[in-house]
Write a protein that binds this ligand. Structure first.
Ligand code: PLP
Length: 451
C-alpha cells in the first residue's frame, strides 16, 4: 500500500506500532496509546494528522532555531544536490560547501576557535572530541593524561563514547557505559540540590568539585572537562553566576582542556551565537549540531582552537565519518547561518523577544504549582512543586506530575517537555510576541489542569 499523509491516522498508528522503534520511548506503551503524527510545519506551528495546529515550544528537539518552512533552505539543498550531492573530505579532497562553512564558523566562533572537524550529529562530534583530546595529550608526550571529567545529568549524546561522557544514569545502566577513564562530578542544580546554601555559594561549591576531582585523580591524568554551558536535556539547569568563572579558573590553573558542548546552546539559543559567550567562558573545543542547520539536515562538528588543531595536525588523526562535511548539509547550514545573521535573529533574541519571553515566563511563578522559572535567551524551565518555600518534591514518584503536565500541554496543542518535575521550553528563535503570549496562556491553562 502507498502510505501518505492522506492515510487515516489509525492506520498510520498501527503501522508505526508494528514497525517503528522510537528512541528514548517505552514502545509497547506508546503503541497502545497511539502515536501523534506530525504532517507539516511552518514558523513555530506543527500540523498533525487530525488537523490540529500545535505550538512547538521545543523547536523540534531544541534545533529548529530558524523556524519551520524556510524555502531558502530547501532551495540551498536542491541546488547543492544537483551540483554535488556527495563527496568525501578524507583523501586529499575538499569541496566548496565544507570550505565555506568551516570558514564561516571560524568567523562566528569567539577567540582562536578557527578549525572545524565535521560530523553528522552531536553524538558523533562528542566522540570526535573524546578521541581528539586524548590524541592531543598523547602527541604532547603525556599519554596518561586521558581522563575526561563530565557531570552527572549531562547529556552529550547516545553513542557509547558520547553516552559515557554524558551523566545519564538510566543510559549507563543499559549497555556497557561509561567506558573507562571518564569521571563524573555533581551538577550545579541549586533548586533540587542546593539545600540551605545560597545559589552563589552553591555554584562555587559545585565548581570546586572539579578541583577536588583533579587533585584526587592527579592533574597529570586529567585531559579535559566537558560541559554544556547550560545543561539542556538535564532540565535546563542555568548555573548560578559563580559557577562558570570558577570552572574556568580551575581549567586554566591545572592545564585542563575545556570542551563546551554547544549542541543546544549554540546558534542564538542563549541570545549570543554561542552559550560560551553568554556564560563568559573560553573553551578549547566547542561541540556543535542542531541549530547549525536548524535541524533541516543532520550535521554536527567540533570547532577547535589553534593550539589543539596544530598539535592534532602534526599527526594523522585516525578518525572521521562518511558524512563529515556532507556537501548538502553544509550548504543548508551556511544558508541557515546567513538567515540567522541577516535577519538579526540572534540580536532579536538578546534584545527584544528574549527579554519579552523572560518577563512572561518568570510570571509563571505566580502559579501555585510553580517554584522557580528560569530562562536565558530562549531556553527555560520551571520547577513544579507542592510547596515553593521549602522547594519540596511531590509525594508521587519523581516525574509523575511533570508527565501529567506535559500531557495536558499536548492536549492543549502546546509542545513542552518534562524532565522529572521540571517543564522546559526551547522554542524556535523566530517566535513572535503574540505567539509568546499564546505559549504562556497554554502553559498556564495546562498547569491549572494538573491540580
Ligand atoms: N550534546 C547535547 C548538549 C545535546 O543536547 C545533544 C542532543 O540532544 C547531543 C549532544 C547529541 O546530539 P545528537 O542527538 O545530534 O547526536
Amino acid at each position: 500500500t502507498l502510505i501518505s499523509t492522506n492515510t487515516p491516522t489509525a492506520e498510520l498508528q498501527a503501522l508505526d506500532a508494528a514497525h517503528h522503534m522510537h528512541p528514548f520511548t517505552h514502545n509497547a506503551e506508546l503503541g497502545e496509546k497511539g502515536v501523534r503524527i506530525i504532517t507539516r510545519a511552518d514558523g513555530v506551528w506543527l500540523n498533525d494528522s487530525d488537523g490540529n495546529r500545535i505550538l512547538d515550544a521545543m523547536a523540534g528537539l531544541w534545533c529548529v532555531n530558524i523556524g519551520y518552512g524556510r524555502k531558502e533552505l530547501v532551495d540551498a539543498a536542491a541546488r547543492q544536490m544537483q551540483e554535488l550531492p556527495f563527496y568525501n573530505t578524507f583523501f586529499q579532497t575538499s569541496h566548496v560547501p565544507a570550505i565555506a562553512l568551516a570558514a564561516r564558523l571560524a568567523e562566528l566562533a569567539p577567540g582562536d576557535l578557527n578549525h572545524v572537524f565535521f560530523a553528522g550529529s552531536g553524538s558523533e562530534a562528542n566522540d570526535t572530541n573524546l578521541r581528539m583530546v586524548r590524541a592531543y595529550w598523547q602527541e604532547k608526550g603525556q599519554p596518561n593524561k586521558n581522563v575526561i571529567i563530565s557531570r552527572w545529568n549531562a547529556y552529550h549524546g547516545s553513542s557509547v563514547g558520547s553516552g559515557s561522557l554524558g551523566g545519564m544514569k538510566g543510559m549507563h545502566a543499559q549497555g556497557g557505559m561509561p567506558i573507562p577513564d571518564i569521571h563524573h562530578i555533581e551538577q550545579p542544580h541549586w533548586w533540587a540540590e542546593g539545600g540551605d546554601m545560597s545559589p552563589e555559594d552553591f555554584g562555587l561549591a559545585r565548581a570546586q568539585e572539579l578541583e577536588k576531582a583533579i587533585l584526587e585523580l592527579g592533574a597529570d591524568r586529567v585531559a579535559a572537562f566537558i560541559a554544556e554551558p547550560v545543561q539542556g536535556a538535564g532540565g535546563v539547569i542555568i548555573p548560578p553566576a559563580t559557577y562558570w568563572p570558577e570552572i574556568q579558573r580551575i581549567c586554566d590553573e591545572y592545564n585542563i582542556l575545556l570542551i563546551a558542548d554547544e549542541v543546544i546552546c549554540g546558534f542564538g539559543r542563549t541570545g549570543n551565537w554561542f552559550g560560551s559567550q553568554t556564560m563568559g567562558i573560553k573553551p578549547h573545543i566547542m561541540t556543535i549540531a542542531k541549530g547549525l542547520s536548524s535541524g533541516y539536515l543532520p550535521i554536527g562538528g567540533s570547532i577547535v582552537c589553534d593550539e589543539v588543531a596544530e598539535v592534532i595536525g602534526n599527526t594523522e588523526f585516525n578518525h572521521g565519518y562518511t558524512y563529515s562535511g556532507h556537501p548538502v548539509a553544509c550548504a543548508v547550514a551556511l544558508e541557515n547561518l546567513r538567515l540567522l545573521d541577516e535577519e538579526g535573529i540572534v540580536t532579536r533574541v538578546r534584545e527584544d523577544t528574549g527579554p519579552y519571553l523572560k518577563e512572561k515566563f518568570e510570571g509563571l511563578t505566580s502559579h501555585p504549582l510553580v517554584g522557580e522559572a528560569k530562562i536565558v535567551g530562549m531556553m527555560g524551565s520551571i520547577a513544579l512543586t507542592p510547596d515553593k518555600a521549602s522547594r519540596a518534591k511531590f509525594e508521587a514518584d519523581e516525574g509523575t506530575v511533570g508527565f501529567i503536565c506535559r500531557e495536558r500541554c499536548f492536549a492543549n496543542n502546546l509542545i513542552m517537555r518534562h524532565v522529572g518535575d521540571r517543564m522546559i521550553i526551547s522554542p524556535p528563535l523566530v517566535i513572535s510576541k503574540p505567539e509568546i503570549d499564546m505559549l504562556i496562556e497554554r502553559a498556564w491553562k495546562s498547569l491549572d489542569e494538573c491540580h
